[in-house]
Design a protein around this ligand. Structure first.
Ligand code: MSS
Length: 363
């Protein structure tokens, strides 16, 4: 299919040149538009919608937006206005689609052909979910999962069990989960889930439910399709099912963002970004010869915690020729990116360093 040229109305405020428009519901950040900063500017952040975006009207009176809270000792509803009085925190975390890197799978994994740009690092502001649960009497007995429901009205004829965006994550995520009304120091845009979004720092994008209208602490995972059979890692050719691993914590990953194709001879600064999922990073190494020899890169800018990414830089003196530049991140627990990929039906979780490299011609 040919690339649509313009941005859809709900995303018209985005920086067109920074984005690859895959479809009206899926746009990724150009590799060289990721930049060298710790925080991704909102107008460059990727978009991934499973359903049409709700109407602007839902962000007209933000503080009046109400969510249902269930699976606590005193269940009930609460507005954003009330949430803002319970507590507040700002957390930097990487938002990354489960299928980021899908384009590199040779079996032609179905879904949006994301390269590296279905990811960004965002400063989220909101109330820690812990504070909300505590204010409502604490978790009900037997709570094992945090289940969040998106606020989209389903288009006519769609079966809620097939179409509702509802995701469950294990209770261990309570430690870092927040209900966010702010993004990068502004009101959370509708495009990214405003007026309120569940943010599960360190977990893949799909778990960060937009326009959240219900949060329930549940004994079991929801059995809607997006949880039960979608976002499940399995071998190529196998159908999704609840016994396969769900896309929860992100793995350690990095990629080069600049330069990408060509450079003049002499001193070249090689930039990239690296993330550790829920674990702090230890180091990033860069190779200029496709992984034969490695040099340690330097982290650039402040460390915003385990869930944020870290830009990195390596100064290299390059003579004319062709270079295969790859990067490899290692976290403080010793987890490192593999060289290859783990083939899986839907092309999830790719963090192999070889496929993520770039070929640079220096003249
Ligand atoms: N939410 C809702 N409500 N809806 C939808 O569709 N999607 C997912 C998340 N959340 C959704 C939600 C996904 S899938 C992702 S990535 C994310 O989101 C994205 O985000 P942005 O803001 O960027 O658009 Mo994959 O794993």
């Amino acid at each position: 299919a040919e690339e649509p040229k313009s941005l859809p109305d709900y995303a018209a405020w985005k920086e067109r040149n920074a984005l690859i428009v895959h479809s009206a519901n899926t746009m990724e950040t150009q590799r060289d538009a990721i930049g060298q900063g710790v925080i991704t500017p909102s107008d460059r952040l990727f978009i991934r919608n499973n359903l049409p975006t709700p109407p602007e009207a839902i962000v007209a009176d933000r503080d009046a937006w109400e969510i249902q809270v269930e699976g606590v000792k005193n269940p009930g509803s609460i507005t954003i206005g009330e949430l803002k009085k319970l507590g507040v925190t700002t957390v930097a975390s990487v938002l990354q689609c489960s299928g980021n890197g899908r384009a590199f799978f040779p079996h032609g994994a179905g879904g949006t052909q994301w390269s590296v740009g279905a990811a960004g690092c965002i400063a989220w502001t909101g109330v820690p979910l812990k504070d909300v649960v505590e204010a409502m009497g604490g978790p009900a007995d037997g709570a094992e999962y945090i289940t969040s429901t998106g606020g989209e009205e389903l288009p006519e004829g769609l079966d809620p069990m097939q179409a509702t965006v509802e995701r469950s994550v294990p209770m261990r995520a309570m430690e870092q989960a927040l209900l966010a009304w702010g993004m990068n120091d502004e009101d959370l845009p509708l495009t990214h889930g405003g007026p309120l979004r569940m943010v599960i720092p360190g977990f893949y994008g799909v778990n960060n439910v937009k326009y959240v209208k219900k949060v329930a602490l549940t004994e079991a995972q929801t059995n809607v399709k997006i949880q039960a059979s979608s976002y499940r890692v399995r071998d190529v050719g196998v159908k999704g099912s609840p016994d396969q691993p769900s896309m929860w914590e992100m793995n350690v990953k990095s990629w080069v963002t600049s330069p990408l194709e060509s450079a003049g001879k002499g001193r070249t600064m090689i930039y990239g970004v690296a993330l550790g999922g829920t674990v702090d990073l230890d180091k990033v190494e860069v190779s200029l010869d496709g992984g034969e020899n490695w040099q340690q890169a330097r982290f650039l800018g402040p460390d915003l915690g385990p869930f944020a990414w870290r830009p990195f830089v390596l100064a290299a003196d390059l003579s004319p020729g062709e270079y295969r530049i790859v990067s490899k991140a290692t976290d403080v627990e010793g987890n490192s990116q593999p060289e290859g990929r783990t083939d899986n039906e839907r092309g999830y979780g790719h963090n192999g360093w070889s496929d993520h490299g770039v070929t640079l011609v220096v003249s």
